[in-house]
Design a protein around this ligand. Structure first.
Ligand SMILES: CC(C)(COP(=O)(O)OP(=O)(O)OC[C@H]1O[C@@H](n2cnc3c(N)ncnc32)[C@H](O)[C@@H]1OP(=O)(O)O)[C@@H](O)C(=O)NCCC(=O)NCCS
Length: 203
């Protein structure tokens, strides 16, 4: 486990694609393999490198945890420095895209680039930081996920974060079990699962 380095970017994009279908390989869903990483990986490593860690074995980088300390500030920064370039590169999805066989996942990703998710004020007040974690299958089930969460939590506490939140899709049952097991609490929510960690109490 080590902090992310600039040379890790291709691995982050690759791991993101290989886990973007509710934890499974999403390669078949994206004509452009970089789309998931543009949204859920690259900007974190670029803008919040002190909260980005990778897990590496003899085959290379096989997992990461990425986070933003202050979600509201991060969303503002993306609006100014990240989304405009991507919006110019990926035009707003149209009805023709579906007719052309562009997958729902790809259209949804491009939609997010044009209309990014804004976190709810109440959620970021209590839990201002948010994160993403993804491991390739060869690294799963060996305690690496737990270690990455611990490393990230230590870094967030050192940077005085009050708390951490994340969203999990309904289809990713395994991840939900994992978060519950490693200390996160699930908040009541409709259509999505929100897990939180409170850093205001002692570790
Ligand atoms: C979900 C993921 C991050 C978990 O990481 P991992 O390295 O496989 O999990 P670990 O081996 O560190 O497990 C840590 C603990 O959680 C437990 N655990 C793991 N999955 C669990 C589950 N579904 N239900 C209950 N407990 C679970 C383990 O038994 C282990 O317990 P222990 O430490 O008390 O022995 C990883 O499997 C992954 O990246 N999956 C694919 C991508 C993904 O789904 N990302 C999350 C998107 S929201």
């Amino acid at each position: 486990m080590r902090p992310v380095q600039p040379g890790d970017m291709d691995d982050l994009y690759r791991i993101c694609l290989l886990t973007a279908d509710a934890g499974q390989d999403a390669t078949r869903l994206y004509g452009d393999p970089k789309l998931p990483g543009h949204i859920w990986a690259a900007p974190y490593a670029l803008f919040e490198p002190s909260l980005a860690f990778v897990a590496e074995d003899s085959q290379g980088v096989g997992g990461y945890v990425l986070a933003a300390l202050d979600t509201a500030a991060f969303e503002q920064r993306l609006e100014q420095e990240w989304w405009p370039g991507l919006r110019a590169r990926y035009p707003e999805p149209s009805a023709e895209m579906a007719a052309d066989g562009v997958s729902g996942a790809e259209r949804q990703a491009v939609h997010i680039i044009h209309h990014p998710w804004r976190s709810h004020r109440d959620l970021v007040q209590g839990y201002p930081s948010h994160m993403h974690i993804d491991l390739l299958p060869r690294m799963q089930g060996r305690g690496t996920g737990r270690q990455l969460i611990q490393t990230l939590s230590d870094a967030l506490r050192a940077q005085r974060s009050r708390g951490l939140h994340l969203f999990v899709g309904d289809r990713n049952k395994r991840a939900r079990g994992f978060y519950g097991h490693v200390g996160f609490t699930e908040l009541p929510a409709v259509d999505v699962h929100i897990f939180v960690l409170d850093f205001t109490s002692s570790p």
